[in-house]
Design a protein around this ligand. Structure first.
Ligand code: G16
Ligand code: MG
Length: 221
């Protein structure tokens, strides 16, 4: 039986991707790297340094900068990003998710966060929902990013549940792969998640409810 949920943050609970994209785009302009929407999309769910490496590689500049210079670029991007997220309020919670979180609470389920973002606690605080989660995986403790299962395994450990008792929610295909590899049931959200064949799938966060999940679990058995 399902007893808990592990949540990705960006694209599942709120749309921080637009702020990440803006901060990276501005940095790319400054260092003379061409920007494309495709590049912006590839950065979803990817850690900060991996994102920078991806941007530099796209321009053939992967060997141009020292580790110190790259560190400085990531600090600059994050300073800008943190400015951009200052104005986040509970209104920025994606459709359906406030209702789903209260359904979880009243149903006696537990929830934790499996986000690659080091800013996750700050964002959940601003959204006013940090107390809805038993815990947040600290991405600084991870050896591997998504699609490695590590972050979802740790998020499951926080819940003190077995993988078979957990549903993981993700909008990125690497995240769906990570959930499935962790032995949890993946609930994919949106088109990008579909390619990784999650056991459950919805087009939008607005379609997520305990009743819909129960119906989906039945269909897929
Ligand atoms: C998020 C975003 C990524 C971002 C990463 C690290 O992942 O999707 O674009 O690069 O976190 O964020 P930060 O620079 O704030 O540590 P997720 O896992 O919540 O989708
Ligand atoms: Mg995401």
């Amino acid at each position: 039986d399902i007893k808990g949920f592990t949540f990705d943050l960006d694209g599942v609970i709120t749309d921080t991707a637009k702020f990440h994209e803006q901060a990276w785009h501005d940095l790319a302009l400054q260092i003379g790297v061409n920007w494309s929407d495709e590049l912006g999309n590839q950065l979803k769910g990817i850690s900060r340094m991996d994102s920078l490496n991806m941007i530099l590689s796209a321009a053939g500049q992967q060997d141009k900068y020292s580790d110190e210079e790259k560190e400085a670029f990531t600090i600059q991007k994050n300073t800008h990003y943190v400015e951009l997220i200052q104005g986040i309020t509970p209104k920025d919670i994606l459709p359906g998710m406030t209702a789903f979180l209260s359904e979880i609470k009243s149903g006696g389920y537990v929830a934790s966060i499996a986000s690659a973002s080091k800013n996750a606690p700050k964002i959940l605080e601003k959204l006013g929902i940090i107390d809805d989660f038993v815990g947040i995986v600290d991405p600084a403790t991870l050896s591997h990013g998504k699609p490695d299962p590590e972050i979802f395994t740790k998020a499951g450990d926080i819940l003190k549940l077995k993988p078979s008792q957990i549903i993981g929610l993700e909008d990125a295909s690497a995240g769906v792969e990570a959930i499935t590899a962790a032995g949890q049931t993946a609930l994919g959200i949106g088109l990008a998640a579909k390619s990784a064949s999650p056991k459950l799938w919805v087009a939008s966060t607005a379609d997520i409810s305990l009743a819909n999940i129960a119906a989906g679990m039945q269909n897929s058995n």
